[in-house]
Design a protein around this ligand. Structure first.
Ligand code: FES
Length: 677
């Protein structure tokens, strides 16, 4: 790439992307997707430029653009090509003017518009494979063998000669063989002229045989969340994620949250069968979609690992979750479950296997086992706190010495539910907020729009604001606290004469108006209360585990899950979601549950490791712990009653407060002026 300002060279075309406004010079022949990537433009791609996913669609803006100094003519892009034609014919029709960025070449100066549906951040399901170093030693291995043909003088069956070849060439002993493999074994051996590739699971189970040489086998790691399901398809020998797919969990139609799904089963005997069927169909669909994106047949998938919270785990396996809805929250099975993928009706290779990670306890499921595998606190010397925030917060605390786990009932506020203008993370949801401590005017960013609300690109990209998502509500409440709009008790203070009109009366309390437009987005006193309750539940659960472990501080905090991946950890500290810790040691763990499933898929030693680890974790039941309530009450304050947060105060709180005071009325005066409740 030649950036703007470098001398124009022959053949270099000026490329301007909208709405981001990013621009640069590229040699003729450069693909649009490559130019976008070089410039950091938010252009999606799931299939890696194979012309399969259609996520890289762009539209050329044609005409003179004096503002950009560009004449964007139709022939400045390569003609509609065979890859696009194939996508158009075989996958989905391309709307007029739409081009695939991965196959369209730049031939001259162009202005390229990236529509909202082609931007990565339009993604609703945000669970993507994280970059994580994983040892690759999969449970399923392919072995190419040459089998001795049968002989009139040697009456051994075909399988016995396959076993001999596996033993002699690959050291595989004690072979067992699926009936499904036996059914095709003779024809496969003969069509391959006695040279075949065998898939062996766990070092002894022959689960597939193909004629000739084959060097690729696939597996999938699936994270069954109560809201979303994400699947990552991996090539087993390289460990590479070759495709990812995500979808909403269809069980939502039976109940938004976990307990309402348990209630559904209680009120509709046999209702678990409907939910089991729904989730299996969804997983099957995702795996087939991922296979199509990777250009393979679903029958090439030989192994699947799955994680999910206890209720998702039971519903996936076809087990009633009713016992999980009431004390003592007994699981039907807490050990890891090994079964055939066929038993889950996933429509994969007939010999494909499935492995469901173990559950920790009735409230702490296989998803937490995945988080533990991914974060490996059991291998560390320092005290680690790992928190996976969802409708419940799963909390793991400890080190190689001792590990504790609990689940705390945070409720759905962190996911945008129970918030007056709350919504799921989707296009139009406010996800980032800054409030000027002097004027109290906000700036914000919404999902699907790269620009901040006060930047020209914001309106250009549609400027639609529909609500606030979980990470947005954390930021706005934290910013309201930093700007002195909310006090330590979580009370929204009155705006006062001459102050910003952003603080408005709302019955007997006040609300902060974040966005005015077709949809007014405001943060009410009840919203702040909902966040206080959620964060107090989380913090109280953490404190309980710290009491048990006998520690006052933790050395490292990792925030996992979709919510943990998208909140700015600084704001988690400002609100006191987690205990005091040096800010640089508080980080996001991404989708750690999904990463754990991927580790279990790709590294055979991880399975016994997590099974051993889970059994030695001490479970703490927050519901019956008397100190939980005391910690909960203390944690209602912002950040929390016992907060020291020295680094945070230095870095964030004090400067914001100082500038608020310098700006005029100051936080203290506004607070002293009294409050309405
Ligand atoms: Fe998938 Fe272009 S990147 S179709």
């Amino acid at each position: 790439m030649m950036t703007e300002g470098s001398h124009s060279r022959s053949g270099a075309a000026q490329v301007v992307f909208t709405p981001s406004g990013r621009r640069g010079r590229f040699p003729a022949g450069t693909k649009i997707l490559d130019a976008a990537r070089a410039l950091g433009v938010d252009l999606d791609s799931v299939c890696g430029g194979r012309g399969i996913c259609g996520r890289c669609q762009v539209v050329q803006s044609i005409g003179e653009f004096p503002k950009h100094g560009v004449a964007s003519r139709a022939d400045h892009l390569s003609a509609f090509g065979p890859i696009e034609q194939r996508y158009h014919d075989k996958r989905a029709p391309l709307a007029p003017g739409r081009r695939l960025g991965c196959s369209t070449e730049i031939r001259g100066d162009v202005v390229i518009d990236v529509p909202p549906d082609s931007q990565v951040h339009r993604q609703v399901v945000r669970k993507r494979a994280e970059v994580h170093a994983i040892r690759v030693d999969p449970v399923v291995r392919l072995h190419f063998i040459e089998v001795t043909p049968p002989d009139m003088h040697e009456p051994a069956g075909d399988l016995r000669r396959v076993e001999a070849a596996l033993r002699e060439e690959w050291g595989v002993e004690g072979v067992r063989c699926d009936l499904a493999v036996l059914e095709t074994l003779q024809t496969t051996l003969r069509s391959g002229e006695w040279r075949v590739t065998v898939a062996v699971h766990g070092g002894r189970d022959v689960i597939g045989v193909w004629p000739g040489f084959r060097d690729k086998a696939y597996g999938a790691a699936v994270d069954v969340g109560s809201t979303t399901i994400a699947a990552h398809l991996c090539e087993l020998s390289s460990g590479e994620v070759v495709a990812s797919a995500g979808a909403m969990n269809p069980q939502i139609r039976f109940g938004e949250d976990l307990m309402s799904r348990v209630s559904y089963v209680m009120m509709h005997p046999g209702g678990e069968r409907e939910m089991t069927a729904a989730v299996r169909v969804a997983i099957r669909g995702l795996l087939h979609e991922a296979a199509a994106e990777a250009g393979i047949a679903p029958e090439e998938i030989l192994d699947v690992t799955l994680v999910g919270n206890p209720i998702m785990h039971h519903l996936l396996l076809g087990l009633s979750p009713v016992e999980l809805g009431q004390a003592p929250f007994a699981l039907a099975v807490d050990a890891a479950v090994n079964l055939t993928a066929g038993a889950l009706d996933l429509g994969l290779h007939p010999g494909a296997r499935a492995y469901v990670l173990p559950c920790v306890a009735g409230h702490v499921g296989a998803d937490t086992a995945g988080v533990i595998l991914s974060e490996a606190p059991y291998l560390r010397d320092e005290i680690n706190l790992v928190v996976d925030v969802g409708t419940n917060a799963e909390i793991v605390l400890g080190s190689r010495e001792r590990m504790l786990a609990a689940s705390s009932p945070t409720g759905p506020a962190f996911e945008g539910a129970q918030i007056s203008c709350g919504q799921r993370a989707a296009p139009g949801a406010v996800e980032r907020v800054r409030i000027d401590p002097i004027t109290l005017e906000p700036r914000y960013r919404v999902i699907g729009n790269e620009a901040w609300s006060d930047e020209p690109g914001f309106a250009a990209a549609g400027g639609a604001v529909t609500g606030i998502c979980g990470s947005g509500i954390i930021e706005v409440v934290a910013e309201m606290y930093l700007a002195g709009i909310v006090d330590e008790d979580g009370v929204i203070l009155p705006g006062g004469a001459g102050r910003s009109g952003r603080i408005v009366e709302d019955g007997r309390t006040f609300a902060y108006v974040l966005h005015r437009g077709d949809v007014e987005v405001r943060v009410t006193q009840n919203d702040v209360r909902a966040i206080q309750l959620a964060k107090a539940a989380l913090y109280a659960g953490v404190r309980l585990l710290m009491d048990r472990l006998g520690v006052e501080r933790v050395d490292r905090i990792r925030l996992a899950g979709a919510f943990g991946s998208h909140i700015d950890v600084k704001y988690a500290m400002v609100l006191g979601l987690v205990p005091d810790c040096a800010l640089e040691h508080v980080t996001s763990a991404g989708n750690a549950a999904g990463t754990g499933a991927r580790i279990a898929l790709l590294d055979r030693s991880a399975r016994p490791e997590i099974e051993r680890t889970v059994r030695r974790i001490e479970k703490v039941e927050t519901a019956v712990e008397p100190r939980f309530q005391a910690h909960f009450v203390e944690a209602m304050a912002i950040p929390h009653k016992t907060a020291a947060y020295p680094e945070l105060a230095k870095a964030v709180v004090l400067p914001a407060r100082k500038s608020a005071r310098a700006g005029g009325e100051g936080v203290g005066r506004r607070r002293r002026r009294g409050r309405l409740r």
